[in-house]
Design a protein around this ligand. Structure first.
Ligand code: ZN
Ligand code: ZN
Length: 132
């Protein structure tokens, strides 16, 4: 086991994870994990509630502490990679929903600019109506 792997096991133990979970997350043999954990018991006072999330880019486990905001990536590099690969989804997310002031239909437009009508037709009709 490498120093990093040992640290990971200790961290995960502190999160209250069970041996099979630790073994799965680290990819280390469960027997090795058990032996290591027994030899290096974690102080109960040291345990903190938390969960393990997985990096959305590379799938590496990321420890999420209660007080921290949820982490979705193990590193900034992965974050950048993910955003680069999901530009369309990100764009899609900045879409805003509106209700057409003329026909009452719901519609979406990219970006945050306010739109009052779902179509040119509705906007023309509304103008016509206002002029009447
Ligand atoms: Zn990652
Ligand atoms: Zn409309």
């Amino acid at each position: 086991m490498t120093q990093i792997e040992k640290q990971k096991i200790i961290e995960m133990q502190k999160q209250g994870l069970k041996y099979p979970t630790i073994a799965k997350l680290t990819g280390i043999n469960i027997g090795t994990v058990k032996t290591y954990c027994r030899r290096h018991p974690v102080d109960a006072a040291d345990t903190q509630p938390g969960t393990v999330a997985f990096c959305k880019e590379c799938g590496k486990p990321v420890i999420v502490r209660e007080k921290c905001k949820p982490r979705q990536f193990c590193s900034d590099a992965c974050r950048m990679k993910w955003w680069n690969g999901h530009r369309d989804e990100v764009k899609h997310k900045t879409e805003s929903r509106f209700i057409c002031e003329f026909c009452g239909g719901a519609f979406t437009r990219p970006g945050k600019t306010r739109h009052r009508f779902c179509s040119k037709k509705c906007s023309a009709e509304a103008r016509k109506k206002a002029a009447e």
